[in-house]
Design a protein around this ligand. Structure first.
Ligand code: GN1
Ligand code: MG
Length: 369
């Protein structure tokens, strides 16, 4: 067992889990929370669970966070059961903490939670074949469909203005002006290009205000690695990382998934010649997504699907740049200029998407006939 900074037996002892703790393994995925697989022996049977330390710098109110998540997962459990599915495998179930509620506050202030570990699934950061990405599109489309009649007003905004690209733009301007770490002079070109996005940064939020786009219950962090795929069938069966479920736009979920999964490079590729938007992958995702929820989308939503990929790549690109300028306080990083590398990658993707916009629009229309 690698060195851990906490005692997993002690932490898991604060939850109602049957059996004896036997092992803890770190799962290195995600830029925000810390995740572990813990194993218990329940009368001779091996039982796995997921244990997570929530990043409370990012999620400042664990009560509201867990209230959103438990409301949504119980709603999903019912829907899945009604449709003849298996709620144990198709959604997350959080374990009650002994102190009440669904999280445990440790002596050092750490916020911990536990949920089921869905067996016989895999989680991936890259696409081996378009079919996997089509299955991802179906999974996030289906997630949105299932939550179509969830009472949206009962959700808390866990991170206010999360996908308000205009506000992300203002935060970048502020970071440039403050230049907390003296890094701005070294990234003038990136700042200049990022600030040239002001002309389209508010396009989606303006449409919300004018009534041109409907608010829906959305996931808001639809990275490929936030889906569990069934090992046997390859289908995307369970959507995970539910922290940012909030009222949002279907376009946030679509664009975010494509900017991550249809990138021909990883999110932190240094060699920008490898960073392009794969049209076959775009098409695969759009097919899967529209097959699950296309009927529920408005014409305006459908028309903006290609643009959503550009704005979501742009938004996260400027978030990485902002965090780089602020001294890497938000995203986990593995080396000193990690956020800058990620920013360059995403802004290169924006440029590439610009050259492919016409083709993406044609592909989208051909699917939605
Ligand atoms: C974060 O936690 P993770 O790695 O799934 C971030 C997303 C970004 C993403 C970029 C709460 O997601 O918004 O798009 O990194 N989540 C939060 O990779 O900020
Ligand atoms: Mg994640």
């Amino acid at each position: 067992m690698a060195q851990l900074s906490f005692d997993p037996r002690e932490i898991t002892g604060n939850f109602s889990v049957p059996g004896e703790f036997t092992a803890c393994e770190t799962i290195n995925t995600g830029h925000i929370n810390s995740t572990y697989k813990v194993t218990f022996n329940e009368g001779g049977a091996v039982r796995n669970y997921l244990l997570q330390r929530v990043n409370t710098y990012v999620f400042k109110d664990p009560d509201k966070l867990m209230s959103n998540i438990t409301a949504v997962t119980s709603f999903l459990r019912k829907k899945i059961a009604e449709a003849g599915g298996d709620p144990e495998r198709e959604t997350l179930t959080f374990l009650p903490a002994r102190e009440g509620g669904y999280y445990h506050t440790a002596a050092d202030g750490g916020c911990w939670r536990m949920c089921n570990f869905v067996s016989d699934t895999f989680c991936t950061d890259y696409i081996d074949r378009p079919e996997t990405f089509m299955n991802a599109g179906w999974a996030f489309g289906n997630f949105q469909m299932l939550l179509g009649d969830f009472p949206i007003d009962t959700l808390y905004e866990t991170i206010p203005d999360f996908h308000d690209t205009g506000k992300r733009y203002a935060a970048l301007e502020e970071a440039v002006a403050r230049d907390a770490k003296g890094r701005a002079a070294g990234v003038k070109a990136e700042i200049e290009y990022a600030l040239s996005g002001g002309e389209f940064a508010t396009k989606l939020t303006d449409l919300i205000k004018s009534g041109g786009l409907p608010l829906r219950v959305t996931h808001n962090d639809t990275k490929l690695n936030n889906i569990l795929f069934d090992r046997k069938t390859g289908k995307g069966i369970c959507v995970i990382d539910l922290d940012t479920i909030m009222p949002g736009l279907s376009l946030y979920d679509f664009g975010d998934a494509v900017r991550y999964g249809a990138n021909t490079a990883v999110e932190d590729e240094r060699d920008l010649s490898k960073v392009t938007l794969s049209l076959p992958l775009y098409e695969a995702y759009a097919r899967g997504y529209l097959s699950a929820c296309g009927d529920a989308l408005t014409p305006a939503e459908k028309e903006l699907l290609p643009f959503s990929c550009k704005i979501m790549a742009y938004e996260v690109g400027i978030r990485f740049l902002t965090d780089y300028l602020n001294g890497d306080v938000y995203f986990k990083t593995s080396y000193p200029d990690h956020n800058l590398v990620r920013c360059r990658d995403q802004l290169a993707l924006v440029r590439d998407i610009d050259t492919k916009m016409g083709e993406m629009e044609r592909v989208t229309r051909s699917i939605d006939r």
